[in-house]
Design a protein around this ligand. Structure first.
Ligand code: ZN
Length: 339
């Protein structure tokens, strides 16, 4: 009960990629890069295990960005045609590749990494993939010319990939959909359908992560415009309660999300963000426990998984390790109270 997990990413070692940077380029090349990524995965697994994290990830150490890790390998996506666009409803600018033709997977994308991680931990293993709506929002489409159609195409490829990851020994597959907190109408119209398509037929555990973004300046400023209470989840949670996905990862620590909204998730698992990724201040175990105690007023603790608000890739490794330990210790505190 109350098994801790992280959203997905951890900071990379300074010898692998420039610290505190999103989309940081690799500092190694060729064989040294492949070896460096594997070493980083080993360290990410060990740091989580030592901190008492029960559902571990590879820390996304093998991807430059959570969307690119998947999209870089897709035929039909042209990385030589980068275009600057406003993403997440123009919240910030990003250089994105262009969909120039029909998309398809050449081969399995993350299976080798999944097998490597599987071979290096005995804990429950989670792997993350970008959600279809978020991919569509982080790409320049000059082929399909329809966001719903492109999303369904990506959902089909994600589903093929997810089925192979399951075969490689992954216990839980999580789709990251920060765009679900931005395009409320589209979530209802086609976002949920694309998500359902992506997890169709999977027998492993599944989850979707919906947050208010990394702790970067553009997001911190956006949050200030969202008012006293953030009620975006109020619209999506009832839809997710009826969806195929098994659990929902959400932002709770230091957020203005009314915790009672998790009651709208029906019988889904709830991955509760109890670690704030927008501050270098490391939480105390007692603070983490405080968030968890609030959630168990609304949801059976058997369905609660203490988690981080979002990925920790922009943080320093020292801060991230401190936050991992706080998460593990905070969950243990509440487990002891309940036993
Ligand atoms: Zn996030």
């Amino acid at each position: 009960m109350l098994e801790p997990t992280i959203t997905g990413s951890l900071p990379k070692p300074a010898w692998l990629a420039t610290p505190n940077t999103l989309w940081a380029p690799w500092l190694l090349a060729g064989r040294a890069l492949e070896e460096g990524k594997q070493d980083a995965v080993r360290l990410a697994l060990r740091d989580q295990e030592q901190a008492g994290i029960e559902i571990v990830t590879d820390g996304e150490q093998t991807r430059r960005h959570f969307v690119w890790g998947f999209v870089e390998q897709i035929e039909g996506v042209d990385f030589s045609r980068m275009v600057t666009i406003g993403i997440r409803a123009d919240r910030y600018q990003a250089d994105v590749p262009t969909v120039a033709g029909a998309i398809r997977r050449r081969a399995s994308i993350h299976s080798p990494e999944a097998r490597f991680a599987r071979a290096h931990t005995t804990r429950t293993l989670k792997l993350t993939l970008p959600g279809p709506m978020t991919i569509v929002d982080t790409i320049n489409d000059e082929h399909y010319r329809s966001r719903p159609r492109l999303a369904m195409e990506f959902a089909r490829l994600l589903n093929e990939e997810a089925r192979e990851l399951e075969q490689a020994g992954v216990d839980m597959i999580q789709l990251d959909e920060p765009a679900f907190n931005v395009y409320m109408e589209e979530v209802r119209e086609w976002g949920i359908e694309a998500l359902n398509r992506a997890v169709e037929g999977l027998t492993c555990r599944t989850a979707v992560h919906i947050c208010y973004g990394y702790g970067i300046k553009a997001n911190v400023e956006w949050k200030r415009t969202l008012g006293r209470e953030w009620r975006q989840y109020e619209q999506t949670f009832p839809l997710l309660a009826k969806s195929r996905v098994g659990g929902v990862s959400l932002e709770c620590a230091n957020s203005r999300v009314p915790i009672s909204l998790i009651g709208l998730l029906g019988d889904k698992d709830v991955l509760v963000g109890a670690i704030d990724v927008a501050t270098d201040t490391v939480e105390t175990p007692e603070q983490v426990a405080g968030v968890i105690r609030e959630t168990i007023k609304h949801v059976n603790p058997a369905r609660i998984y203490p988690c981080t608000n979002c990925g920790m890739v922009p943080l320093s490794r020292e801060v991230a390790r401190g936050k991992l330990r706080a998460l593990g210790a905070g969950a243990a505190l509440v487990r002891r109270e309940l036993s």
